[in-house]
Design a protein around this ligand. Structure first.
Ligand SMILES: [Zn+2]
Length: 176
């Protein structure tokens, strides 16, 4: 039995050893999503996304629930997300991602301005500094949408004094 489980474990690691699938796991760990939402958040086309989802369902990582006509994906078991998370923390420690840890303490919960997902700053896929504010994103698609038109997604308090600024990355604003 143990031997058989090792084989299955190897299979699971092969399935999740893909950046898009790792992102899918991170997203679905926060809430259930349909294909349209995920395609947008991940910036990939639906046929491509469907292939990932099918493989992940075949390996029992994901399940679907139907709400009317809409199909929603969820993690079959959050333990897979915990495993991914543990490796993520391992990397943060090994690569000394001290900035992310302090960001987490300063801003425990942030809202992705593109899709509205609430997430903790430390587990955000990416962050972008724009007009002196830092914006956090759930996944690559939301980051790309923001970078394409940051003005559209700026937080509300800026709306009274509308100005178009240059996009700054988080590194060139201050530290150098
Ligand atoms: Zn998002």
């Amino acid at each position: 039995m143990y031997q058989r489980l090792l084989g299955l474990e190897e299979d699971i690691f092969k399935v999740i050893a893909n950046q898009k699938r790792l992102e899918i796991i991170q997203l679905l760990n926060k809430r259930e999503l349909n294909v349209t939402e995920m395609a947008e958040m991940l910036a990939i086309r639906q046929p491509n996304l469907s292939q990932h989802l099918t493989i992940m369902r075949q390996h029992k990582i994901l399940t679907i629930t139907k709400k009317g006509r809409e199909v929603y994906y969820t993690l079959a078991d959050h333990n897979v997300a915990r495993a991914v998370d543990l490796i993520f923390h391992f990397l943060q420690t090994q690569y000394d991602a001290g900035d992310e840890i302090s960001a987490d303490k300063l801003f425990p919960i942030v809202t992705d301005p593109v899709c509205g997902m609430r997430l903790s700053a430390s587990e955000a896929f990416d962050s972008v500094k724009y007009e002196q504010r830092t914006y956090y994103f759930c996944a690559s698609g939301c980051t790309a949408n923001f970078n394409a038109n940051p003005h559209k997604y700026q937080y509300q308090e800026h709306s009274s004094k509308v100005k178009r600024g240059k996009l700054l990355t988080s590194t060139n604003s201050r530290s150098d």
